[in-house]
Design a protein around this ligand. Sequence first.
Ligand SMILES: Cc1cc2nc3c(=O)[nH]c(=O)nc-3n(C[C@H](O)[C@H](O)[C@H](O)COP(=O)(O)O)c2cc1C
Length: 414
Amino acid sequence: MKRVDDFRLQFGNRELVPIMVGGMGVDISTAELSLEAARLGGIGHISDAMLPTVSDRRYNTKYVKNKLKQYKFNVENPDKSVVQFDLGLVAEATATHVRRTMEAKRGDGLIFINCMEKLTMNSPKETLRARLLAAMDNGIDGITLAAGLHLGSFALIEEHPRFRDVKLGIIVSSLRALQLFLKKNSRTGRMPDYVVVEGPLAGGHLGFGLDWAEYDLATILIEVRDWLKAEQLDIPLIPAGGIFTGSDAVGFLELGASAVQVATRFTVTRECGLPEDVKQDYFKVSEDEIEVNQISPTGYPMRMLKSSPAIGSGIRPNCEAYGYLLDSKGNCQYIEAYNREVAAHPDAKKVKVWDKTCLCTHMRNFDCWTCGQYTYRLKNTSRRQEDGNYQLLSAEHVFRDYQFSTDGRIALPE
Ligand SMILES: Cc1cc2nc3c(=O)[nH]c(=O)nc-3n(C[C@H](O)[C@H](O)[C@H](O)COP(=O)(O)O)c2cc1C
């Protein structure tokens, strides 16, 4: 029986272990996690989500405090259109994170940045361009365009000297989304270097509706593969979502995938950015404690643990400090939901908001426990200790288990 290590991802004259650790915002796929994947010869992702906020925590900057100070006068105002990001500071925060990560890189693998296009930051095009250019300036190996696939994103960076050298990839969940992108993008004369085909079992935001269970990753992958072949397009395909063992990965590589993207198994590694107690919740959760809901103000369904503190929380919107989800007019679906509840309960000290959540605040605080569908299987990947908690894994252990396991087996830690 084959194992993942019998395959290689070919990028030009580069050969990589065909394992890509997916981006997990906000700083769940840390620099440390991505560096391990690269050291071991695969591809790791850092995330570009809320980098000014992440930078404050990691590098002791004061972006959030200063922005709140600048816009404090607006905190009570439901109209957030004045709350703008300073593009220079946005670029600076991306530059710091990318540069420091790339400086620490060892080994033959690559480090990509997962770019959440749905972070519209009150000025979608300009902030996205600033983030992408800063990542390229600072040596990122590749950019994966995710959540909200902006059909014109390649065009935003086509003047950059590294436009043809940096690896550019997109995430799609259907053949139609890929076709639309390629059509719109053809003007740049630049194909994606890889396409991540993300199925319905993935973590984070989903490219499916609440009928996600009716879709199947292998079926979508085959459809995309056959269409590319008929069009004589040679673009590496990287399936993602529910690939839990090395043998699952081999199944996709045998279908013609060039690599696999995986994430959930790495959420319980020491290098993952989630707090320790949340990692234990991920280990212990059962299948019926995981749901796909619509509380993300992005409008995309999102999978998470039902026990996430973000669900039902009615905190005041924090757009003056964060504001990453404000659209070009300064609106966010959470602001609307929050104001509605406040108006309906004028005497309440605290309100509950069930239909939307303040994603910025809760992702910042690791209170929105987004996860892949197979999170409930994580308990089978480690050992339970006497105190009832599970032994955390190393990213190297999980990576090598994907790379070398056969027969659907999962190696337990020493
Ligand atoms: C905790 C968590 C956070 C995620 N955040 C993001 C994200 O910010 N952007 C993104 O494109 N995908 C995100 N994903 C999706 C992963 O990158 C990946 O494609 C998918 O989860 C792979 O499926 P698996 O988790 O079953 O291995 C996230 C996944 C998890 C588990």
